[in-house]
Write a protein that binds this ligand. Structure first.
Ligand code: MSP
Length: 682
């Protein structure tokens, strides 16, 4: 049995999860489920990254201990994963006691190989990325990922001799050209390493929220030949701390883990002579940390490197990365609550060509939902079940069929689906299922069993036609199981098969598994058709599902079930469409600190809490308000305004205020104080 260790990044706890985090976790879950179906022994790990400057900063602003914030947000991640049927075997938090021994063990091994030295360091530090940036890598002086201005930091640090491992890394990439997926990103990593690596600072003295740079008696006892120096006042660099989670969850560094042959590290971490694979799934933003820093740390500690780093692209909204810091998040739960968890999982997997960026568009979600799920899957299933149940008094057909076009299409779909997954193309696996469903649909249309039964009655030929449809749908359910676990189980149940997805195997992909004369349950549609919303006057009055108003929409009302494009007259109207309005992300926010901007009569600099995030907004309200009037007040802000500099201060958003007639004096828009910060105004 092949051992496969699958990991997601561990997510920062300075905010709640959004679609980006959900994507990585769902896609890893889909691969984990595929591999379990294949018969692999899988260990699937996710978790939270809880130390570091951004958590410490948020804690200071909120006036609470960082662990409280970490507890709250780690719980939010865990709850979301449960809701989205994530089948992780473990969830690690870097504040758990089991994590620290692994970090100490890794560092001790690095010290044994003389991989550290102490030195002074200064440079541009992006708190969002928790990393220093050389000036040349900044875009107009800003962080290329977060678009924020980094801080100049100067401190005495412990350094890792990363430069020393450049050749070993290049050697690794040469021997294992598929170390990074996709290939283009392997090339980027290669050119980064070829351009020369510098030592990397791996301790911090300007923060205290982290693992102390110290060693326990147990670690010292295991490394008695070397002097393990404590560095009081230093905490371990958050990336060295965080990356090690992949080892701590396997028990690395804890007690006698090396001697314990059954231990998880032995079973799941790759090494000489082992067929185990460790696959790290990450977004492209953190590829460098996983494909360069992480193997360099491991090589320096004489620990085998993981098998592969599998990186995917970004979800974009209006061409920008969806991210907490850019304030343009898409709330997955809004969609899932309206259309179902599986509908959202399907969109994530089918819409993004794995490895590339994809835009999240509300209408795109609904169009795909209707085409793939309401029509393609739901309708085909409903028709096939209804017709078979009608023909055979609620039971499945009594005769099987082993030679037919549905079987041939199923065999092709299984091959394409498997190849797609094995080549890290989950969206193509979804395509294979879609094509197969359309074959079943076409088969029903061409054989017309509803006519046949009227003309010929219940014949053996009719039985075989129904068998082919239902057996095709059973196979489709098995193919769907990694992506849509609940739906797969529901389809099987309707076909009279009581099997959990966790009990399915590749054996269930062979033609002929449908029991004869099983109990059929046609039931209500699995995915009721959704209406695409139009402008308010054209909105359907029936209680229909509508798209989440937060997302950009094209106003395309439905007519006879098919979308109608917006006319040029409508487009030319002077009024803005709801579509335009919905591009504006209005949020309730709380002012947590305020000060007048020096040398300005009008400007006030405010720290504003929007949900979990703190941002700076500069507004022209100082003529009407003093800082004391503002702190603790709830206001309404435009959250997705492009950043602008006002008197040298970067402002990220706009606080809404009425401008009084004559004087033009600002009067802040209020909101009931009980409305939580971050709530959307729509
Ligand atoms: N804590 C680090 C990771 C440490 S791993 C040892 C971190 N955390 S994070 O909370 O910022 O999560 C980053 C990851 O979330 C990305 O690598 C990606 O997997 C996912 N995404 C966040 N925003 C995303 C998009 N807009 N699109 C797709 N995924 C992105 O970095």
């Amino acid at each position: 049995m092949a051992n496969r260790y699958l990991t997601t990044p561990i997510y920062y706890v300075n905010g709640r999860p959004h679609i980006g985090h959900l994507y990585t976790t769902v896609v890893t879950d889909v691969f984990a489920r595929f591999m379990r179906l294949r018969g692999d022994r899988v260990l699937f790990l996710t978790g939270t990254d809880e130390h570091g400057q951004k958590i410490e900063k948020l804690a200071n602003v909120e006036g609470r201990p960082p662990i409280e914030i970490a507890d709250r947000n780690a719980a939010a991640f865990q709850a979301l994963w449960k809701k989205f049927r994530i089948s992780n075997d473990d969830f690690i938090r870097t504040t758990e006691p089991r994590h620290r021994p692994a970090v100490e063990e890794l560092m001790a091994r690095m010290i044994e190989n003389d991989a550290f030295f102490l030195s002074h360091h200064e440079g541009w530090y992006c708190v969002g990325c928790e990393t220093f940036y050389p000036e040349k890598d900044l875009k107009d002086g800003r962080c290329p990922t977060h678009e924020t201005t980094p801080e100049w930091q100067s401190q005495e640090n412990v350094f890792f001799r990363r430069d020393r491992y450049q050749d070993r890394l290049l050697d690794l990439y040469t021997k294992r050209p598929d170390f990074v997926f996709p290939q283009e990103r392997m090339n980027e990593v290669l050119s980064f390493v070829r351009s020369g690596l510098k030592p990397l600072s791996v301790s911090r003295t300007n923060i205290s929220w982290g693992l102390p740079f110290e060693f326990s008696d147990e670690t010292r006892a295991r490394h008695s030949t070397v002097s393990l120096k404590n560095h009081p006042g230093h905490v371990v660099y958050v990336w060295l701390d965080a990356l090690t989670n992949y080892l701590s969850a396997l028990g690395f560094g804890s007690g006698s883990f090396e001697k314990d042959a059954g231990g998880l590290f032995r079973v799941f971490w790759p090494g000489e002579g082992s067929t185990s694979e460790a696959l790290h799934f990450v977004g492209k933003d953190i590829l460098r940390f996983h494909a360069v820093y992480w193997p360099a740390f491991l090589i320096a500690a004489d620990v085998p490197v993981p098998t592969r780093v599998v990186s995917h692209g970004w979800w974009l909204l209006h061409d920008r990365k969806i991210s907490k810091s850019l304030g343009n998040v898409v709330e997955p739960e809004d969609f899932a609550d309206r259309y179902g968890i599986d509908a959202f999982r399907w969109h994530l997997i089918a819409e993004m060509a794995f490895g590339q960026d994809a835009s999240f568009v509300g209408t795109g979600f609904l169009t795909r939902y209707n085409a793939d799920l309401a029509n393609g899957l739901g309708n085909t299933l409903a028709r096939a079940l209804r017709m078979a149940a009608d023909a055979f008094s609620g039971l499945g057909p009594a005769e099987a069929c082993d030679e037919n076009e549905v079987k041939a299409a199923a065999q092709e779909a299984v091959v394409n689906w498997r190849t797609a997954f094995e080549n890290f193309r989950p969206n193509e696996a979804a395509d294979a299922i879609r094509s197969f469903l359309s074959v079943i649909d076409g088969y029903i249309a061409s054989r017309q069993p509803w006519k046949k039964v009227k003309v010929e009655g219940v014949t053996s030929a009719l039985s075989r036609i129904h068998y082919n449809c239902l057996e095709g749908l059973r196979l489709a359910a098995v193919l769907l199981a990694p992506i849509l676990p609940d739906t797969a189980e529901a389809i099987l149940a309707r076909l009279g098969i009581s099997k959990r997805v966790s009990d399915l195997t590749f054996g269930d992909l062979s033609w002929g598994g449908l029991p004869l004369r099983s109990k059929l349950t046609p039931g209500p549609p699995l995915f009721p058709r959704a209406l695409l919303p139009g402008p308010p006057s054209q909105m359907p009055e029936r209680e229909e599902k509508t798209v989440n108003p937060e997302t950009p929409l094209n106003s395309i009302p439905e007519k006879n079930g098919s979308p109608v494009p917006v006319t040029s007259a409508e487009a030319a109207s002077a009024r803005i469409s709801i579509d335009d309005f919905q591009k504006i992300d209005l949020r309730v926010a709380e002012i947590v600190a305020a000060e007048k901007v020096e040398k300005s009569k009008k400007l006030m600099k405010m720290s504003i809490r929007v949900g979990e995030e703190i941002r700076t907004i500069v507004g022209g309200i100082a003529t009407a308000y003093s800082p004391e009037d503002l702190v603790g007040r709830k206001v309404v802000i435009v959250a997705n305004l492009a950043p602008a500099k006002l008197m040298g201060i970067e402002s990220n958003g706009m606080v809404l205020a009425a401008s009084l007639p004559e004087t033009g004096s600002p009067s802040l828009l209020g909101v009931d104080p009980s409305v939580p910060s971050g709530t959307r105004v729509k």
